[in-house]
Design a protein around this ligand. Structure first.
Ligand code: BEZ
Ligand code: FE
Length: 296
C-alpha cells in the first residue's frame, strides 16, 4: 500500500489522511504544505489510536472554544495550553539549540512586556520593597568567553504573592520587578530585587480546569526571567531558577533545565550590605549568560 496521496482519492478509514492530504498537494507554499500534511497525518493517527468518540470530539471542540473565549489583550489561554502541553518548551528548544556552549533557553511566558523600563546598573527593581532582598550579579559573554559590553539584559519576576505587575494593574506600582539593563564593557551587570517564590500559572480558565481534572498542579518553581540581546549574537530567552525551590522537578510548563538552577546564597555581611544598600542579611546569586554568535 502506498502512503502517497493520489489526487481525487476518496475518503476511507484506512487511508483517511492520504485522502485529505491529496487536497493539500497543490498548496503553493511548500513549507505550509509540509506542515499541514504532517498535522493531518498526526491528527488522524491520534483519532485512530484512541478511537475518539463523538462525545469526546464535541468535548474537545467545546474546550478549544472556551480556550479562545478566555483570550483577551492580556490573557492568552492558547499560549497557556501550549505551555502545559510542553509544546512551548519544545518549539523554544528546537529553535534555540545551545550546542553545549550557550546558556539554555526556556519559555517566555505571558508576562513579558515589550517596553520594559531601562534602569541603571545596581537599581532595585522591587519598587514596593516587599520580600527578602536579593542581589543578582552576572556577566554576558560570547562562546569563547569574550565579554559582551553593551548587551541588553531584560529581567522580570513575580512578586511576594506570586503575581506579575501586569496581573494587578493599579494595586502594585507599574513596572514593579522589571528592568532593562545594559552591561558594562566587561560584560557585567547587577541589580537588586527580591528572592523569587514559586507561584501558580493563571488557573481560573479552561487550562486550569484541564490541569485539575487530570490531577496536575499549576505551579512553577521560583525563577527570574531573562532575555539577553547583543549585536552580532543570537538572543536568549531564559530563566534563573532557585535551587531548593518547590516544584523544580514538576514545573507545570516544563521550563526547568538543570543548567539554569543556581544557589541563592544567604549573605550576612553588614559592611557589604551597607555598601550595596541592602539589609544586613540578603540573598545573592550570580548568573553568567553565554550567547552564540548570530551565524553559529
Ligand atoms: C511565567 O513564568 O511567567 C509563565 C510561563 C508560562 C505560563 C505562565 C506563566
Ligand atoms: Fe514567570
Amino acid at each position: 500500500m502506498t502512503t502517497e496521496a493520489s489526487a481525487g482519492e476518496l475518503f476511507s478509514e484506512e487511508r483517511s489522511a492520504e485522502a485529505v492530504n491529496a487536497a493539500f498537494d497543490n498548496a503553493p507554499d511548500p513549507r505550509l504544505r509540509q506542515v499541514m500534511q504532517s498535522l493531518v497525518r498526526h491528527l488522524h493517527d491520534f483519532v485512530k489510536d484512541v478511537e475518539l468518540t463523538e462525545e469526546e470530539w464535541a468535548a474537545g471542540i467545546a474546550f478549544l472554544t472556551a480556550t479562545g473565549q478566555k483570550c483577551d489583550d492580556v490573557r492568552q489561554e492558547f499560549v497557556l495550553l501550549s505551555d502545559v502541553l510542553g509544546v512551548s518548551m519544545l518549539v523554544e528548544t528546537v529553535n534555540h539549540r545551545a550546542k553545549g556552549v550557550a546558556t539554555e533557553s526556556t519559555v517566555l511566558g505571558p508576562f513579558h512586556v515589550v517596553e520594559s523600563p531601562p534602569r541603571p546598573l545596581g537599581a532595585d527593581i522591587s519598587l514596593d520593597h516587599r520580600g527578602e532582598s536579593c542581589l543578582v550579579t552576572g556577566r554576558v559573554t560570547g562562546p569563547d568567553g569574550e565579554p559582551i559590553g553593551g548587551a541588553i539584559v531584560d529581567v522580570w519576576q513575580a512578586d511576594e504573592d506570586g503575581f506579575y505587575d501586569v496581573q494587578r494593574p493599579g494595586s502594585v506600582p507599574s513596572a514593579n520587578l522589571r528592568g532593562l539593563f545594559t552591561t558594562e564593557a566587561d560584560g557585567t551587570f547587577w541589580f537588586r530585587t527580591i528572592m523569587p517564590h514559586h507561584y501558580p500559572i493563571p488557573d481560573d480558565g479552561p487550562v486550569g480546569r484541564l490541569l485539575e481534572v487530570t490531577g496536575r498542579h499549576p505551579n512553577r518553581p521560583a525563577h527570574i526571567h531573562f532575555i539577553a540581546l547583543a549585536d552580532g549574537y543570537a538572543p536568549v530567552t531564559t530563566h534563573l531558577f532557585a535551587a531548593g525551590s518547590a516544584y523544580l522537578d514538576s514545573d507545570a510548563v516544563f521550563g526547568v533545565k538543570p543548567s539554569l538552577v543556581r544557589d541563592f546564597a544567604v549573605v550576612e555581611d553588614p559592611a557589604r550590605a551597607a555598601e550595596l544598600g541592602l539589609p544586613d542579611r540578603f540573598r545573592a546569586v550570580d548568573f553568567e549568560i553565554v550567547l552564540l554568535r548570530s551565524q553559529e
